[in-house]
Design a protein around this ligand. Structure first.
Ligand code: UDP
Length: 464
């Protein structure tokens, strides 16, 4: 990169924590390069989280522009500006589509940025498909951030063309063309990603994002080449626009805070657990998962019976959790507030992560060399679980009681799999492997590593 030419990169994350956090890490990574300034677009309500997350970053290098989120959408509750606060994920498409109403304000801001120094490129979330025509209008290259890995992106694109799997039953295994070793089932996908849903609002939305991505300059992937080289190579040979592996973003340096922070209770509890060595299972299912009361009960019973120490960050409510809290006092801790997940995974007491396999959580676990007990819930998480269990060998997969990848999981399975991960032979195997892969991830992000070089190339080749 030519350090003499100052660059100004606009970042526009989608309004959910899982999509915003990696973009904020990316902002840090970009600012490690000399001569780059960054502007982040967001909404009023999401802005405080972003400002806090960026912590110590110099104000001269980063600006935040707050847009008005549309308040007149009948389907959406007033004041909700993030999918994390939607009463149900069934409102996802109306929410995502509503963001388009910010387009005139976005363009007005782009116009003033363009006249005051210019914009070198825009990196916006794939869900914000309408930023593509805006970028074109101002002649600014746009890159797309999807928050998915190459494995999932590639498989979904392959299956969108080869439709032979559609005649199979939901749990019948099939091989993905081009990848003879991969066996999947229709149940590993949301219908909109395996080609079986071809109409309706969700399909229309995915189509709009795909068309806009097709017109962009490239896809920025939060992953490293070494993790999934077969998929990166295949994608870049068969499809456009180019996919750039420039992660894992979570390895960007964490923010530093001026004020000493009060130690949260969960940290005190983890510190106490250090006396027992690496004994704690961290349990969390991200910010979006909707878990039924019946399933929560089985999780709770399984965790209790496993006799393993656990820290469960739980977004759900229910009597069953209060009962569990009583029963496992000392051995288990339930936390209902926002935690610093990376800090937990980095803690010396933590030895396993029961996770929904959101891609950020998966990468964070790998980077901290913590093996995963994969329990996917929605979106592309089932594919991530396959990647974790079958492809990388950094975790074990929980299957439903009927053997399917989707469905109800009984307490006995929870108990058995928790014990296996924390104490069993399979657990030892995946623990060894996750250390190897974690090491590769750290190397990729060092100066001169594959992701570092790839980010430099991306800036050189796509930014004006
Ligand atoms: N996260 C966190 N604290 C919480 C809940 C979530 O720090 O209490 C972070 C987590 O570390 C990750 C992101 O939020 O970076 C969640 O993203 P992911 O892709 O794992 O799941 P999603 O929430 O999008 O389903």
């Amino acid at each position: 990169m030519d350090s003499n030419s100052p660059m100004h990169i606009v970042l526009f994350p989608f309004m959910s924590k899982g999509h915003t956090i990696p973009i904020l890490h990316l902002a840090r990574l970009l600012l490690l390069r000399t001569g780059i300034t960054v502007t982040i677009f967001t909404t009023h309500t999401n802005s405080p989280f972003i400002r806090q997350f960026l912590g110590d970053i110099q104000q001269s290098l980063i600006s935040i522009i707050e847009l008005e989120f549309p308040s007149n959408i009948p389907e959406l509750p007033l004041g909700v500006e993030s999918t994390d606060h939607l009463p149900s994920m069934s409102l996802f498409v109306p929410f995502a589509d509503a963001t388009k109403l910010m387009q005139p304000y976005f363009e007005r801001s782009l116009n003033s940025l363009s006249t005051s120094g210019g914009v070198s490129c825009i990196i916006s979330d794939g869900f914000l498909y309408w930023t593509q025509p805006s970028a074109e209008k101002f002649g600014i290259p746009r890159l797309v951030f999807y928050g998915m890995n190459n494995y999932a992106i590639t498989i979904c694109r392959v299956l969108a063309m080869d439709r032979s799997h559609l005649r199979l039953g939901p749990d019948e295994p099939f091989t993905v063309p081009g990848f003879p070793w991969i066996k999947l089932t229709l149940n590993d996908f949301e219908p909109v990603f395996n080609g079986s849903e071809t109409e309706g609002p969700h399909f229309e939305f995915v189509l709009k994002t795909a068309i806009a991505t097709g017109k962009s300059q490239g896809v920025v992937v939060n992953s490293l080449y070494e993790l999934e080289s077969a998929f990166v190579d295949y994608y870049n040979r068969e499809f456009v626009p180019k996919a750039w592996c420039v992660g894992p973003f979570c390895l960007a340096e964490a923010p530093k805070f001026d004020q000493p922070r009060e130690i949260p209770d969960w940290m005190k509890w983890l510190n106490q657990k250090s006396a027992e060595g690496r004994s704690v299972l961290y349990v969390a299912f991200g910010s979006q998962a909707e878990i039924t009361q019946e399933q929560l009960r089985e999780m709770a019973i399984g965790l209790e019976r496993s006799k393993v120490s656990f820290l469960w960050v739980v977004k759900s409510k229910g009597e069953v959790l209060e009962e569990l809290e009583e029963k496992v006092k000392g051995r288990g801790l339930l936390v209902r507030e926002w935690v610093d997940q990376v800090e937990i995974l980095r803690h010396e007491s933590v030895n396993g992560f029961m996770s929904h396999c959101g891609w950020n959580s998966t990468l964070e676990s790998i980077c901290e060399s913590v093996p995963i007990l994969a329990w996917p819930m929605m979106a592309e998480q089932h594919l991530n679980a396959r990647l974790v269990g079958d492809e990388l060998g950094v975790g074990l997969r929980i299957l439903a009681s009927n053997g399917s990848v989707r469905g109800f999981v009984g307490a006995e399975t929870v108990e058995k799999m928790v014990k296996e991960l924390m104490e069993g032979e399979e657990g030892k195997k995946v623990r060894r492997k996750v250390k190897e892969v974690g090491e590769a991830a750290r190397k990729a992000m060092e100066e001169g590593g594959s992701s570092w070089r790839s980010l430099d190339q991306l800036i050189n080749e796509t930014c004006r």
